[in-house]
Design a binder for this molecule. Structure first.
Ligand code: DAH
Length: 335
């Protein structure tokens, strides 16, 4: 007959709740070892039945209480394992809410353009955003009462200070402070009294370029801008020059790039021209050299000044200039 020690051994050997259930069936199930003992009672002498019955009952009670105790232990252990597997540190930072800072697309492209020009021996120059008439207009050969001045929708303060209308003012500051030969680019903000829409803003970015040396021709300008456009668009793009008028260059030119959207076939972006007007420039006007105290017979140069936001919009496929300035994080998070 099964004894107390054997019952204990069977129950303690169970290492899982499933194994414990098997042990219970084996001991107390209908055909279990303890239950089967009861069936032996009928074959016994009546005098022995009472003591035998008491023994079997005691074994059954013992088995039951051991099963209960073991079950409690195994349940606690299972709970602990479950908690350990799915452990949650409620104090840990949520990776989904961690935002890594991004650069604005204007900054990203500007870094590339600066890189390109420093590789060609240019350095980065800057000037004040609040200018005076001399640097913004006069020295650029734009006389006071000349209609050309109206081209720039100029803001004036009551003291006749000018939030600069173009970065060309940095040309003057550079020519008056550095000795040629020189090569600079001047990125910066400019300001105009414009009605704001998808392609115009009252404050936008330009990148000015200026190279002064002994023998400088339109060919140098063309090559410089060609490589610049290729750099910005990530591949060579056909370009062409058209004559244009800017008081501070002679000849004045507009560089067009073949429309990158339709490859010259004509589409709504290029207004079916096949070309997009991209960068104005030209050869530095002799009068500008004179204004800055340089001899135009000794020095030649080229200059250009691109609307930089337009480059950023073309490069990254942004269709509305306001998106560059509305301060919404949805834009920068895409870069
Ligand atoms: N400053 C001119 C503007 O904002 C652009 C420009 C034209 C710059 C010709 C230049 C240049 O340096 O050579 O409209």
């Amino acid at each position: 007959m099964i004894d107390s020690a054997q019952i204990a051994a069977v129950i303690e050997a169970a290492e899982s709740l499933a194994a414990l259930e098997e042990a219970r069936v084996r001991l107390l199930g209908k055909k279990g070892e303890i239950s089967s003992l009861m069936k032996e009672i009928g074959a016994m002498a009546p005098a022995d039945r009472a003591t035998f019955g008491q023994k079997v009952n005691a074994l059954r009670d013992e088995a039951q209480s051991r099963l209960d105790a073991r079950k409690a232990i195994l349940e606690t252990r299972a709970e602990e394992e479950r908690l350990a597997a799915g452990w949650i540190d409620v104090t840990a930072p949520n990776p989904a809410s961690r935002h890594i800072g991004r650069f604005h697309p204007i900054t990203l492209l500007l870094e590339e353009v600066i890189d390109h020009f420093t590789g060609l021996g240019f350095s980065v120059a800057s000037g004040p955003e609040i200018e005076d008439e001399f640097h913004n207009f006069d020295a650029l050969n734009i006389p006071k009462d000349h209609p050309a001045r109206d081209v720039w929708d100029t803001f004036y303060t009551t003291e006749r200070e000018i939030p600069r209308t173009h970065t060309s003012s940095v040309q003057i500051r550079t020519l008056m402070s550095q000795k040629p030969p020189l090569r600079i680019i001047a990125p910066g903000r400019v300001f105009r009294n414009e009605t704001i829409d998808a392609t115009h803003h009252a404050s936008f970015n330009q990148v000015e370029g200026l190279l002064v040396d002994k023998h400088v021709s339109v060919a140098h300008l063309k090559h410089t801008l060609e490589t610049l456009v290729a750099k910005i668009m990530g591949r060579p793009v056909p370009v062409r020059f058209r004559p244009a008028f800017y008081p501070f260059v002679e000849p004045g030119l507009d560089l067009d790039a073949q429309c990158v959207f339709c490859e010259g076939r004509g589409c709504s972006v290029c207004k079916h021209q096949g070309w997009i007007e991209l960068i104005p420039g030209g050869l530095v006007h002799p009068r500008v050299f004179e204004f800055c105290g340089l001899d135009p017979h000794e020095w030649q140069g080229f200059a250009f000044g691109m609307g930089f936001d337009r480059m950023v919009m073309m490069r990254y496929g942004i269709d509305d200039i306001r998106r560059l300035y509305d301060g919404k994080l949805q834009l920068v998070r895409q870069f």
